[in-house]
Design a protein around this ligand. Structure first.
Ligand code: NDP
Length: 449
């Protein structure tokens, strides 16, 4: 661990004590604290009025019961969460995750990251996150719909376009957002399009929102490569996951001339040296909703499926972890470095363990942290809110152009700030400081609230 500034040590100790056992939340807070020492050395007033303590304490945490009836007529109970972490810059904004691993600590880590990520976009959005320990895998359409309706029946009382605006995340895509929005509309009798993002195009969604996180992450890596006069052309890339973020990362890398040779799901990974066949991947994952192992059977010669291995054993020059937190360990990072990786961009939230990040940075690998690299999704959600507010609908080209500009700004702001604070090339430090200073300035203006 980098040394934590001595003024921040007691603050961190108190956060760890009050949130005992929430390991992912601890990990996210420690990473930010490691960066803040340099800020308060230059601008000590940011440590006044318990600003950092307030930043680490969610404004509101909502936990609720989600009862629903499965196809066999059995009552099932899940737990729902919404952590409204910080609204200094705008309404709480952040996705909903449906996955059996979801608990309060996971939602708090995601919500905390979201504060800085949203601030980095330069758009008026605060930080929040939510979800449920519901497992959508193997559930029928009817079960997914009934679960979403029950979840929204409680959540709706905490939402509003000026209050809290959720979107998708793991296990929550266009289908789930449709059910959630339908139930919100029914319960409130309001067509409040700006209350959810990631909506379908026919009912207020934005073009390029589906693609935004993966496209944005690829733009970010492209900017990092450009600082060393490099680009994606002809480079072998590995992208973990095969969900929303991974799919559109693969698509944009291909447009940039790179070759993605491996991707995965939680059961295993596939290698296709010809480059992953994106149309086939979409057919399997988005249309049929099947496992990635199907790819090998459908593609035939040239592709291979590996169960129970690490996708990071596949040699590549660019790695983009886009599945879930802590999926890339120190050991994986050492393998990637040994195999000649030059850039790593986090499409997922906190997919690299702290040890992995240290190894990449120590080896001079370009490393783009999730809160900067994957901010394109939430940025385009904010553009969706703009379109909803003005009852307008932009073209794909216009929206993608805005996204590309936002990602370039995030990259440049992080790079310039890292340099200003004496750590050129350290995008982790740059992202944490840019995000923190924007939120801290607004919190200071508001007084102690
Ligand atoms: P999806 O549900 O669309 O896809 C998730 C993918 O990751 C699936 O391939 C899934 O495999 C795999 N996965 C999930 N959990 C695990 C696990 N424990 N081990 C290995 N693989 C796993 O989610 P998204 O693509 O939306 O999200 C991926 C990541 O990106 C998350 O960290 C999310 O927080 C982050 N993110 C998403 C944004 C968005 O706009 N969607 C915005 C910013 C960040 P399987 O099908 O087997 O479960």
């Amino acid at each position: 661990m980098t040394k934590i500034d001595e003024k921040l040590e007691p603050i961190l100790a108190e956060v760890l004590r009050r949130n005992a056992g929430e390991l992912e939340f601890h990990q996210a807070v420690i990473e930010v604290m490691e960066s803040l020492g340099r800020v308060i050395a230059k601008k000590p007033h940011y440590a006044d009025h318990a600003l950092i303590e307030r930043l680490c304490e969610p404004e509101r945490q909502i936990i609720f019961r989600v009862p629903w009836v499965d196809d066999a007529g059995q009552v099932q109970i899940n737990r729902g969460f919404r952590v409204q972490f910080n609204s200094a810059l705008g309404p709480y904004k952040g996705g909903l995750r449906f996955h059996p691993s979801v608990n309060l600590g996971i939602i708090k880590f995601l919500g905390f990251e979201q504060i800085f990520k949203n601030a980095l976009t330069g758009l008026p959005i605060g930080g929040g996150k939510g979800g449920s320990d519901f497992n959508p895998r193997g559930r029928s359409e009817g079960e997914i719909m009934r679960f979403c309706q029950s979840f929204m029946t409680e959540l709706q009382r905490h939402l509003g376009e000026y209050t809290d605006v959720p979107a998708g995340d793991i296990g929550v895509g266009g289908r789930e957002i449709g059910y959630l929005f339908g139930q919100f509309k029914r319960l409130t009798n309001r067509y409040e399009a700006g209350v959810l993002t990631g909506k379908g195009l026919v009912y207020g969604g934005s073009r390029a929102r589906t693609e935004a996180t993966g496209f944005g992450a690829t733009y970010f890596v492209s900017s990092m490569l450009a600082t060393r006069s490099m680009d994606f052309e002809g480079r072998k890339c590995v992208v973990s996951g095969s969900g929303n973020v991974a799919t559109y990362t693969i698509e944009k890398i291909r447009q940039f001339g790179g070759i993605v040779i491996a991707c995965s799901d939680s059961s295993g990974y596939i290698i296709d040296e010809d480059g992953i066949d994106l149309e086939l991947l979409k057919e399997i994952k988005q249309v049929r909703r099947e496992r990635i192992s199907q790819y090998v059977q459908m593609k035939g010669a040239g592709a291979r499926y590996v169960e129970d291995g690490s996708i990071w054993d596949v040699p590549c020059e660019v790695a983009m972890p886009s599945a879930t937190q802590n999926e890339l360990t120190g050991k994986d990072a050492s393998t990637l470095v040994k195999n000649g990786v030059i850039a790593v961009g986090e499409g997922a939230n906190m997919p690299c363990t702290p040890e992995a990040v240290r190894i990449f940075q120590g080896a001079g690998v370009l490393f783009g942290p999730g809160k900067a690299a994957n901010a394109g999704g939430v940025a385009t959600s904010a553009l969706e809110m703009q379109q909803n507010a003005s009852r307008d609908s932009w073209s794909f080209e216009k929206t993608e152009e805005r996204l590309a500009g936002i990602m370039r700004n995030i990259h440049d702001n992080c790079a310039e700030t890292a340099e200003e604070y004496g750590a050129p090339g350290d995008y982790v430090l740059g992202a944490n400081i840019v995000g923190f200073e924007r939120v801290a300035a607004a919190m200071t203006a508001f007084g102690v609230i």
